[in-house]
Design a protein around this ligand. Structure first.
Ligand code: ADP
Ligand code: MG
Length: 683
C-alpha cells in the first residue's frame, strides 16, 4: 500500500511498517498510537548529529562521535562479569567495542572481522585506550549511521533507532494530498502544502519553530477540521423537520410578571433566542452558557412552560438529586397549578416510580425532573418536546449527539453550563451547538468581597466567621486540594472538621469524597435548612445548588487552584441578598506572580474574563478539568497562541456554510484528523 496520493496509507496499521513487530505495536498502542498518522505527531524533541566521522586518533573522549573501523580480534572472556570486547582499528589507531550482556553470535554478526563498519556512540577511555560501550548505531552501511538522528520522548521499550527508522519510512512514503483549503486560506501560509509542512515539521532544525508557515498551516488544519466536524453535526441536526411549537407569549409574560425580580437583559435575550428555536421547524440544539448565579434556571423554566403550553412534555436532567429537587421546587413554586410536575428520585418507591412511568406515557405529566435516570430506556414519553440538561459541561460531542437523537424528531435540546470558558475553547468544544450567553449578573447581586489571608492568621478568620454566624449566616469551608493523594485530601478535611467543631460546637458538618450519596444528600439538605452553620468539605460541593443563606466561603491553600476554579467555588456564595465574602487562605507569603493572579479575582466577578486570564497563565487543558474530560486534545494548535487561527477557521466555516460549498474535498482531512469518527458518510 503505497499510493502516493491516498490518505489511506496513513490510516494503515503500524505492522505495515518495516521494523514494527507485535511487541513494538503493542507498546505504541498503549500510547494511543494506532496507525501511521498518529506517529506523525510524535515530533523530535532534539537531535544528535552523527553525520561527521573522525579518525580514531582525533576522537574526543566523552563526546558522541562517528568512526569507521575494521574489527580485528574478538576477546570473549569466559568469566561472567567481564564484558565481551572487539578490538577494532583504522589506519590511525585502535579502539575497543565493548559489550555487556550481548551474545557472541550477535557481536560476530554486527562486527564481522576484516569488514569496514561504521559505529557511532559516546567515546570512552579504559586503561588509556579508546572504547565505545554497547554501541547502538552500528552498520556496514555508513550512510545509515552518518545522519542527524532525531531524539523523541520515547515510549518505553521502543528505541530511538526504531523510532527514527519507522518515522523515516512514513515520511518518505508520505502521500501528496491534493490541497483542501481555498486559495485565500492557503495563501495565508504561503501556499505551503500539507505534505511539505509535515516534512518540514520533522526536520531537526525546525524543532520548536512554532511561527513558521508549515507549523501554522498544520495547526490550522487541526482547528479547521474540528470546526468542520462541528458544523456538519449542526447541519445534520438542523436537517430534521420538526413540529414547531406555538408559543403563548402572554402566558409566559404573566409568569415573568409574577417573579419577585425582573429578568436581566441577557436572560431576556437568551429566552428570545430559545423561543425562536422552539417555534421554528428546525430542531433546537443550543447551549445556554452563563456564570454561576447568572440565572439560567429561570430561563430554562420559561422555555419549559412555553413548550408545555404548546402541548408537549419536558424533561429536565440535573447532575445530582439535590439539584433536580431544587429545580423541581422552583417549578412547583412558579408554574400555574394546572401544570403537572413530577420528580423521579432514586429514593422514590418502586410503586411510585411505576406510577410516574405510566403517567409519562399517558401524558399526565407535563414536566419531569431527575438525574440521568430520566433517560433510561424504560422511560417513555408520549410527546416529549424539550430536553434540558443542566450543568453538563463534561458531555463530549458524541454524548451530545446521542442526546439530540434520543428525544425523537420533535424534541428540542437545551444544555446549560456554568463554566465560562474562553471564546476559542467555546468554538472548539461547543461548536456543534448554537450558543446563548448570559454574561450579565442580576442587578441585585452584590459583588463578593474577596480577601487573601495567611494561614497563620486563622484566628482573624474565626473571629469573622463568629460574627457572621451571630447574624445567622452560613459558611462554606473548602479544604486544601492535595493533588497527589485523595487520601490526604480526605484526612485534611476531617482534621479541619475536628478543629472547627471544637471552636463551634454542634454547628459544623463535614462532606468529603468518601461520604456516600445518601448521607451526602442528607448533609446538604440539613445545611440548606440551616441546621448547621459551617460546612467543611473538599471541593466536591456541586456547582448549581442554590444556598441563599450561605454568604462566606473560606478556601484553604488557595494557590493550589486555578483562577476559574476559585471563581467557581466563590460563586457558591452571594446568591442571597446579604453581603458575601470569599477568603482565600495561603500557607506563605504570595509571590509577585501569585499576587497578580489573585488581583484578577479580587477585581473582577466576570467568569469569562477570569477564564481568559486563567488560560493565559495555566494553559487551556487545566481550565476546570477539560483535560480530564478528553474533549479535545490538539496536537499542535494552541488556543492561546493561535487564537488568530481559531478566528480564521471560524470565518472560513461560516463562509463554507453560507455558500453551501461542497465539502467532499475535505474528506481526507476529516478522515485523518477526526478521531471521534463522527462523520462517516461525508462525500
Ligand atoms: P445559575 O445560572 O448558576 O443556574 P440560578 O438559575 O440558580 O443560577 O440562579 C441563581 C439565583 O438567582 C436564584 O436564586 C434565582 O432565583 C436568582 N435569579 C435569577 N434571575 C434573577 C434576576 N434576574 N434577578 C435577581 N435574581 C435572579
Ligand atoms: Mg444552575
Amino acid at each position: 500500500m503505497n499510493n502516493k496520493t491516498n490518505y489511506q496509507y496513513l490510516l494503515s496499521d503500524l505492522s505495515s511498517l518495516k521494523g514494527v513487530g507485535t511487541k513494538t505495536k503493542n507498546l505504541l498502542k498503549k500510547k494511543n498510537i494506532n496507525n501511521l498518522f498518529d506517529l506523525l505527531w510524535k515530533l523530535p524533541k532534539s537531535y544528535t548529529d552523527r553525520s561527521l566521522s573522525s579518525k580514531i586518533k582525533d576522537l574526543k573522549i566523552g563526546e558522541i562521535q562517528t568512526v569507521t573501523i575494521i574489527p580485528q580480534k574478538y576477546n570473549f572472556p569466559r568469566v561472567r562479569k567481564l564484558p565481551n570486547r572487539v578490538l577494532c582499528s583504522d589506519e590511525t589507531g585502535v579502539i575497543d567495542c565493548v559489550f555487556f550482556n550481548s551474545y557472541e553470535g550477535y557481536i560476530k554478526k554486527i562486527l564481522p572481522l576484516g569488514r569496514e563498519i561504521t559505529v557511532s556512540g559516546k567515546i570512552g577511555n579504559y586503561r588509556n585506550k579508546y572504547q565505545i560501550t554497547n554501541p547502538k548505531y552500528i552498520s556496514e552501511d555508513s550512510a545509515l549511521i552518518k545522519q542527524v538522528h532525531n531524539k523523541y520522548s520515547l515510549t518505553e521499550g521502543v528505541s530511538e533507532k526504531i523510532y527514527n527508522k519507522i518515522l523515516s519510512q512514513i515520511i518518505s512514503n508520505l502521500p501528496d494530498l491534493s490541497e483542501w483549503h481555498s486559495k485565500n486560506i492557503i495563501s495565508k501560509f504561503q501556499s505551503i502544502s500539507w505534505n511539505k509542512s509535515i516534512k518540514e515539521l520533522h526536520k531537526p532544525e525546525n524543532i520548536g519553530n512554532y511561527k513558521s508557515n508549515f507549523y501554522q498551516r498544520l495547526a490550522f488544519d487541526e482547528i479547521f477540521s474540528t470546526f468542520l466536524v462541528n458544523s456538519e453535526i449542526r447541519k445534520k441536526i438542523k436537517k430534521f423537520k420538526k413540529k414547531n411549537k406555538i408559543l403563548n407569549i402572554s402566558k409566559q409574560n404573566s409568569l415573568i410578571n409574577n417573579l419577585d425580580f425582573s429578568l436581566t437583559n441577557d436572560q431576556i435575550k437568551s429566552l428570545n433566542e430559545i423561543n425562536k428555536d422552539l417555534s421554528s421547524s428546525k430542531k433546537m440544539f443550543r447551549l445556554l452558557q452563563g456564570d454561576v448565579g447568572s440565572g439560567k434556571t429561570i430561563v430554562s423554566l420559561l422555555a419549559s412552560i412555553n413548550t408545555i403550553n404548546s402541548g408537549f412534555q419536558v424533561a429536565l436532567m440535573a447532575p445530582t438529586e439535590i439539584l433536580a429537587r431544587q429545580h423541581y421546587n422552583l417549578a412547583k413554586n412558579i408554574f400555574p397549578k394546572n401544570i403537572n410536575i413530577e420528580i423521579i428520585s432514586g429514593k422514590s418507591e418502586y410503586k411510585k416510580k411505576k406510577e410516574i412511568l405510566k403517567k409519562l406515557e399517558d401524558k399526565q405529566i407535563d414536566i419531569i425532573f431527575g438525574t440521568h435516570a430520566i433517560f433510561q430506556k424504560k422511560v417513555i414519553f408520549k410527546k416529549l418536546g424539550l430536553i434540558i440538561i443542566d450543568e453538563q459541561h463534561k458531555f463530549g460531542v458524541n454524548q451530545r449527539k446521542k442526546l439530540s437523537d434520543k428525544g425523537g424528531v420533535d424534541c428540542d435540546v437545551l444544555l446549560m453550563t456554568a463554566t465560562p470558558i474562553p471564546r476559542t475553547l467555546t468554538m472548539t468544544i461547543y461548536g456543534d451547538m448554537d450558543l446563548s450567553i448570559i454574561r450579565e449578573k442580576p442587578m441585585s447581586r452584590k459583588p463578593i468581597k474577596t480577601y487573601s489571608k495567611l494561614e497563620a492568621k486563622i484566628e482573624d478568620v474565626l473571629k469573622f466567621i463568629n460574627k457572621e454566624i451571630k447574624l445567622n449566616n452560613q459558611i462554606f469551608w473548602v479544604c486544601p486540594l492535595i493533588e497527589e493523594s485523595k487520601k490526604l485530601d480526605h484526612s485534611s478535611a476531617v482534621k479541619k472538621f475536628e478543629y472547627l467543631k471544637k471552636k463551634f460546637p454542634n454547628q459544623v458538618c463535614l462532606l468529603h469524597g468518601k461520604t456516600d450519596v445518601e448521607e451526602k444528600n442528607t448533609i446538604l439538605e440539613n445545611f440548606l435548612k440551616n441546621k448547621f452553620k459551617i460546612l467543611v468539605s473538599t471541593t466536591i460541593i456541586e456547582v448549581g445548588i442554590d444556598f441563599p443563606n450561605a454568604n462566606v466561603i473560606v478556601i484553604e491553600n488557595a494557590n493550589k487552584f486555578g483562577l476559574s476554579q476559585l471563581h467557581q467555588l466563590r460563586g457558591r456564595v452571594g446568591r442571597g441578598n446579604n453581603d458575601s465574602t470569599c477568603i482565600l487562605m495561603f500557607k506563605s507569603n504570595l509571590s509577585e506572580n501569585a499576587k497578580k493572579r489573585i488581583k484578577i479575582l479580587k477585581d473582577s466577578n466576570d467568569g469569562f474574563l477570569i477564564s481568559e486570564e486563567d488560560m493565559k497563565i495555566r494553559g487551556f487543558g487545566d481550565i476546570l478539568g477539560f483535560k480530564q474530560s478528553g474533549i479535545k486534545n490538539f496536537k499542535l494548535a494552541d488556543p492561546i497562541h493561535n487564537s488568530d487561527l481559531f478566528l480564521l477557521a471560524e470565518q472560513e466555516i461560516k463562509r463554507i456554510e453560507n455558500t453551501k460549498e461542497d465539502i467532499s474535498k475535505f474528506k481526507p482531512l476529516i478522515k485523518l484528523y477526526d478521531r471521534a469518527d463522527i462523520i462517516n458518510d461525508i462525500a
